[in-house]
Design a protein around this ligand. Structure first.
Ligand SMILES: N[C@@H](CCC(=O)N[C@@H](CS)C(=O)NCC(=O)O)C(=O)O
Length: 202
């Protein structure tokens, strides 16, 4: 297997994190914004949707979309719970991450940190994303209050998926994470999992 991964991206980090937790290593090509490797990977057809991450399987199959890659790598492991209900709940959080959380929390972090996004970082846009992001973090906070993990009693792909952009919501996104003690405890719990690798470690 070969992973096309963007070092600065939470979507790529969630795949690298699952690999670390599973004790697996794969060949990797780093495709960062502004690097020739990103344009090369696109030109070679390695990124079917023009985005990273992509997992290239040994038979040539290309798997785009971070959460689809998590499902592939998580197959047969404890990170996908056994019951259909818990599986659906896990997927529910993963869909929510892509259609709500990522488009607000990751986007605010991107506008604040990527030079090529700076022109879009108007005060109005940043303020709108701040309000929307706090509403989303409040959803997680309410759910995690009294729970160790997003689904059931053990970590699942939902936790790995949502860790990626939640752990950087304060430092990169500028969100006031002090408002969210249950999220803070959950972030610590993920970071204490055996094999955990912080962003930037791989
Ligand atoms: N929904 C996709 C989003 C992937 C995505 O947006 N990747 C960005 C980095 S976070 C990218 O590769 N951008 C490269 C480009 O737009 O040229 C996923 O979860 O994998």
């Amino acid at each position: 297997m070969h992973l096309y991964s963007m070092p600065s991206s939470g979507n790529s980090y969630k795949v690298r994190l699952l690999l670390a937790l599973l004790g697996q290593s794969v060949d990797m090509t780093d495709v960062e914004y502004g690097w020739p490797a990103l344009e090369r990977a696109k030109a070679e057809g390695a990124l079917p949707f023009g985005k990273a991450p992509v997992l290239a399987l040994d038979d040539g199959t290309l798997l785009p979309e971070s959460n689809a890659i998590l499902m592939y790598l998580g197959h047969g492991t404890a990170f996908i719970p056994a019951s259909p209900t818990a599986q659906a709940q896990t997927l529910g959080w993963m869909f929510w991450e892509q259609n709500q959380h990522e488009g607000v929390i990751a986007v605010r972090a991107a506008l604040r940190t990527y030079p090529h996004r700076a022109a879009q970082a108007t005060p109005e846009r940043l303020a709108q994303l701040l309000d929307a992001g706090h509403d989303l973090l409040a959803v997680m906070e309410r759910h995690l209050d009294g729970r160790d993990w997003l689904v059931g009693n053990d970590p699942t792909l939902a936790d790995i998926c949502l860790y990626a952009y939640t752990h950087s919501a304060g430092p990169k996104g500028g969100f006031d994470m002090g408002r969210y003690p249950a999220i803070g405890a959950w972030l610590d719990r993920v970071a204490a999992l055996p094999g955990f690798a912080p962003m930037g470690a791989q």
